[in-house]
Write a protein that binds this ligand. Structure first.
Ligand SMILES: [Zn+2]
Length: 153
């Protein structure tokens, strides 16, 4: 399956030029943060370059590369933050099905070394001409709209 979201292709080109950590630059990510879901140690961000509709990222506030670097408080809080994000997405997208994933290292597909979880609600494949003939997934909810939906409820 291919994903149609033109900004994602731009992003793939852009990331090779990024030298500073995108998640540590709070000014950059302020517009992405779902403040009603973030915790003390974790931020919940909409993915500016979503894989699918509803794509959120759960990111530790400290610059960490691996789960082994998480302290006890961060590990404990992760569950609560994840659960809140899942419940919220479940209501918005009316599904109980999710992908939760993480890539460690460039060879595993990670584009930012600051660890982050991707959470994606999954629905039945919408049958439209793109999906049937091109096996293409079309992003229908912009990251900005998703953030507003999440923080208003
Ligand atoms: Zn960082």
């Amino acid at each position: 399956m291919n994903i149609l979201y033109p900004k994602r292709a731009e992003y793939r080109k852009k990331i090779t030029k990024i030298t500073k950590c995108e998640f540590c630059n709070r000014k950059n990510i302020n517009q992405q943060e779902c403040k009603t879901l973030s915790g003390k140690s974790w931020m919940v961000l909409v993915n500016k370059y979503p894989y699918m509709d509803g794509n959120l990222m759960i990111v530790p506030k400290r610059h960490l590369r691996d789960i082994e670097e998480l302290n006890k408080d961060e590990r404990n809080e992760f569950y609560q933050v994840f659960k809140s994000a899942k419940v919220k997405l479940s209501k918005i997208f009316k599904t109980e099905d999710f992908n939760l994933g993480i890539n460690f290292g460039k060879k595993a597909g990670s584009s930012i070394e600051h660890m982050h979880w991707q959470i994606i609600p999954r629905k039945e494949k919408i049958l439209n001409s793109s999906n049937i003939f091109a096996d293409l997934y079309v992003i229908t909810i912009s990251p900005e709209k998703l953030r507003k939906l999440i923080d208003k409820k």
